[in-house]
Ligand binder design. Structure first.
Ligand SMILES: Cc1cc2nc3c(=O)[nH]c(=O)nc-3n(C[C@H](O)[C@H](O)[C@H](O)COP(=O)(O)OP(=O)(O)OC[C@H]3O[C@@H](n4cnc5c(N)ncnc54)[C@H](O)[C@@H]3O)c2cc1C
Length: 598
């Protein structure tokens, strides 16, 4: 029997495996996807450098859903939609299949392909219930937001040492100065030089900060990124003699063939892969969990060749990313009355599913620069992420604004993402713009190539009971297990907040002297109900009250002795920035707790 079995090796799973294995506990990691190694010495990288975009030919959706017959692409790190779709309820109550809500299936999970934007949440993000008590908010006629807000079971200061630990062990670069969060030790690596196009973002952010609060303006800071820029002792990774050479635009959506991007594989697991007490099983999918008297006594999984296997652990950690973890728990409940009765005791599993409210603006700079020599983002600001701003605007929670430096860096990526709504709809702009040829094509390239700069925002989404993950009643995956069924909408306050912040993003560009500025938010997209930003959160929220949460403050499922859930599903609110840093910090926190029980 292992001391711990960890299901999923991404942001929620790897920090626990790392901590326990380093303390000589026996650890088994079961991971659905392959282990893809970056270049090392003379061994070539196994990444294909096009991980999320497409792998092979176009396919046709053949499921019994309203978008049956649509073409799609998939890669070798995400499931084929026909095999394992996510199904969501569209506005007119029809079911649509999508790839939204998957991160990446490989050792390291979503951290292999992420942009690496690694923001801490603010102290207010941890206490939105207390902050909003008694407030009257715009576009919240029934008081839903105030009623449904939840404080986390601990405050910012509890997570502070774990934020520092993550910054150090994962390997983040950035600057603490100007971030409106309390800081202890500065563990960041030094940021690289910003790309010249980001000067516009910087100027606009400075001016917006002054406009919003002339007496005490929020100033921009270098966006913290999970990319090493100096030799990184904890993982043994080294940077080239000229670290600026790291900037190759491989960041968002690409696996990094050189291993500079700090995935949980290169940062945490590769350095300990040879420990005799650690065993990693890639290409093995966990199908369900067994339990008896509140103890998960068996983990059932399939070997790479499909042979059924089982394993036993004193502690079981589920970290499959929120939607897939909830699906795994619900499938286990279908098969086992003991599991069902315990996990569904308060009917909250799957409820209060969250993503981020997100969107932004884009415009044109006067000149042209080479955007390909860049990382994902250069500048961020908390000017819409402080209590004064929330009071002034009658909003419940804040947003971080940051610029996207490396998007659309090459003509190819300009086309690939033109009019794209969804990861499986890439190339749509070309498919449906048959007139984009001759002079029109030249004009499009001349106007956009090296001239377009975009700004994004990431904001808390209002928790709603009706936003949920269930099992689909009829559609099954290739192993004959029910697939995830997503029912998700936006609250009227979400829309007010998104409109407000998207406009601020437009102002950043306008104040910087840019032209042809457009702004908007995810809710306005063609598939706006399912837009997830790859941020899959909530649905198994933690809390102090067992009647109001699925997990206790240590992420243990109430009514189970040894079942923990540590991917993004534990979050009761989704935070004012990209979530991975907080998922990792929380996992390091839970790991310290687990050391006291195994
Ligand atoms: C293109 C892209 C860009 C992103 N950019 C950013 C960013 O800039 N900043 C940021 O903070 N976040 C970003 N994200 C999101 C980030 O990847 C996720 O927040 C993070 O990885 C979530 O951690 P997790 O532990 O919940 O899940 P993951 O890290 O995805 O890990 C889940 C793992 O579980 C495995 N798994 C699933 N089901 C099973 C099963 N049944 N059996 C065994 N294993 C299973 C999966 O294969 C996967 O490896 C991005 C994601 C993508 C895809």
């Amino acid at each position: 029997m292992f001391d711990a079995i960890i299901i999923g090796s991404g942001a929620g799973g790897a920090p626990i495996a790392y901590t326990l294995a380093k303390q000589n506990k026996t650890v088994l990691i079961i991971e659905k996807g392959p282990l893809i190694r970056p270049q090392k010495g003379k061994e070539l990288s196994q990444f294909k450098r096009d991980e999320l975009i497409s792998d092979g030919s176009e396919k046709i959706l053949n499921l019994n859903v309203a978008n049956k017959g649509q073409p799609f692409y998939n890669s070798h790190v995400e499931p084929d939609i026909n095999d394992e779709p996510h199904i969501y309820k569209s506005g007119n109550n029809t079911d649509l299949a999508t790839i939204e809500g998957y991160t990446a299936q490989c050792v390291g999970g979503g951290t292999n392909l992420y942009g690496g934007v690694s923001l801490r949440f603010t102290p207010t993000d941890f206490s939105l219930q207390s902050f909003n008590a008694g407030r009257v908010l715009q576009n919240d006629p029934n008081g839903d937001v105030v009623r449904e807000s939840r404080d986390w079971p601990f405050g910012y200061n509890t997570l502070l040492p774990y934020y520092e630990k993550t910054e150090e062990l994962i390997g983040l670069n950035g600057t603490a100065d100007n971030q409106l969060k309390p800081w202890g030790a500065d563990k960041y690596l030094k940021p690289l030089n910003a790309n010249p196009i980001s000067t516009y973002a910087f100027d606009g952010m400075v001016k917006l900060g002054q406009k919003l609060n002339a007496a005490d303006p929020a100033k921009p800071y270098r966006t913290p990124l999970a990319v090493i820029t100096e030799d990184h002792a904890p993982s043994g990774r080294k940077v080239p003699a000229n670290p600026e050479a790291i900037k190759t635009s491989y960041v968002n959506r690409y696996g990094d063939p050189m291993g500079y991007k700090s995935s949980t594989w290169v940062s945490l697991l590769a350095p300990i892969e040879n420990l005799p007490n650690l065993s990693i099983k890639p290409n093995c999918v966990v199908t369900h969990l067994g339990s008896q008297n509140g103890r998960v006594n068996k983990v059932f999984y399939l070997n790479p060749d499909g042979t059924p296997k089982e394993a036993e652990g004193k502690i079981i950690v589920v970290a499959c990313s929120a939607i897939e973890s909830i699906r795994l728990l619900k499938i286990s409940a279908l098969l086992n009355p003991d599991f069902d009765q315990r996990i569904h005791q308060n009917n909250l599993l799957g409820k209060y599913f969250l993503t981020h409210a997100f969107g932004g603006a884009s415009g044109l700079i006067p000149g042209r620069v080479d955007k390909s020599i860049a990382l994902d983002s250069d500048w961020a600001t908390d000017c819409c992420n402080n209590d004064q701003f929330l009071q002034d605007n009658s909003l419940w929670a804040g947003a971080t604004i940051y610029n996207n430096t490396s998007d659309s860096a090459l003509p190819l990526s300009l086309f690939r993402t033109k009019d794209a709504m969804d990861l499986d709809m890439l190339w749509k702009g070309l498919q449906y713009s048959m007139d984009l040829k001759g002079n029109k094509l030249i004009e499009f390239l001349d106007k956009n190539f090296g001239r377009r700069l975009s700004i994004s925002y990431m904001a808390n989404q209002v928790p709603q009971f009706s936003n949920r993950i269930d099992l689909h009643p009829t559609i099954k995956d290739k192993w004959n297990r029910p697939v995830a069924y997503i029912d998700k909408g936006w609250h009227t306050h979400d829309i007010a907040l998104m409109d407000n912040i998207a406009e601020k993003c437009g102002e950043v560009l306008q104040l910087a002297g840019m032209t042809e500025i457009g702004f908007g938010s995810s809710y306005g997209a063609e598939n706006g109900l399912i837009r997830i930003a790859n941020h899959v959160l909530g649905g198994a929220r933690f809390g102090n009250n067992e009647n109001d949460s699925v997990l206790d403050p240590n992420c243990r499922a109430w009514h189970f002795d040894n079942l923990y859930v540590t991917d993004g599903s534990f979050m009761p609110t989704s935070g004012s920035g990209n979530p991975t840093h907080t998922i990792e910090a929380n996992s390091f926190r839970v790991a310290d707790h687990l050391l006291t029980v195994v």
